[in-house]
Design a protein around this ligand. Structure first.
Ligand code: ATP
Ligand code: MG
Length: 256
């Protein structure tokens, strides 16, 4: 029997419940892998520890990420099932705001059907060209065993900057070996992805993408190329990860 739960904005966990609902709906529609639901749960745990809000170090990372994306020759946004279920619309907006970027699909738990459904979902939100689906254009990343060893020769393979939110560590490390500049969104500051990326935004993707779009808009209007370069040079990823962990460690049981 179809379960019907009404979500009320007044519920203290409204946004968290809404994200779960989006993922479950995405799972039922075949966009999200069952393992993706578990990965989201791991993220939720860290989100709880940062107070389910954007912490200062994440704001600095968003700023550096927007500068890096704006200075990139060819930035590529890598998407998966969870990213699609949670923020397909915002990812399409981000892609439009960059002008010279592309979107590539990359599934850890690959099926042809899921790939088709995800690319159709992106089409609905106005993205006409999505990379990573034409087998003729796939080339393999050296020394990577998993399904995700393939990248598109006209997408990630050609990119100088790759934005890989909610990524697996093996692939992030492989992308680094290919000399890509890697930006990620990962709520776990200790994951291999978080530790091996150039810029790690320790925050929930649903809060990150709208802030990235805003930040890009701001820099387009107000910042010179030199301003952006300085901003990137002043950014220290390890320092950001340490600060995120400090926030998590500082949480106390409220005194009644
Ligand atoms: P790694 O492979 O990098 O060591 P992992 O194996 O622990 O990490 P994966 O399942 O490969 O984890 O990647 C999923 C990552 O995405 C997790 O670190 C999880 O915390 C994070 N994550 C899940 N949902 C979200 C979300 N909504 N926003 C940001 N991060 C998320
Ligand atoms: Mg992993």
């Amino acid at each position: 029997m179809e379960r019907k739960i009404e979500l009320h904005e007044s519920h203290p966990r409204y946004l968290s419940l809404l994200a779960r609902e989006k993922l479950v709906t995405g799972f039922k529609r075949g966009l999200v892998a069952s393992e993706g639901l578990i990965a989201h749960g791991r993220g939720e745990c860290f989100d709880y520890l940062i107070g389910e809000c954007t912490i200062e170090s994440a704001k600095a990372a968003v700023n550096a990420a927007s500068a890096t994306l704006l200075l990139a020759r060819y930035p590529v946004i890598s998407i998966n099932g969870n990213v699609t279920a949670l923020c397909v619309d915002q990812v399409c907006q981000l892609n439009r705001s960059l002008e010279n970027s592309a979107v590539e699909i990359n599934l850890f738990y690959y099926t042809k059907e899921r790939e088709r459904l995800i690319s159709e979902e992106f089409k609905k939100y106005g993205l006409l060209k999505i990379f990573g689906i034409d087998p003729k254009n796939l080339v393999s990343i050296p020394e990577l065993e998993s399904n995700r060893r393939f990248v598109d020769r006209n997408g990630i393979s050609k990119a100088d900057v790759v934005f890989v939110p909610l990524e697996d560590g093996d692939r992030t490390i492989a992308l680094k070996r290919m000399n890509k500049k890697v930006i990620t969104v990962d709520l776990n500051p200790l994951s291999r992805t978080a530790l091996s990326s150039d810029i790690t935004i320790v925050d929930n993707i649903v809060r990150v993408i709208p802030q990235l779009i805003e930040c890009i808009k701001y820099h387009k209007k107000h910042s010179s190329e030199n301003d952006l370069k300085e901003l990137i040079e002043g950014f220290d990823n390890m320092d950001g990860l340490k600060k995120a962990l400090e926030v998590m460690k500082s949480k106390q049981v409220p005194i009644q």
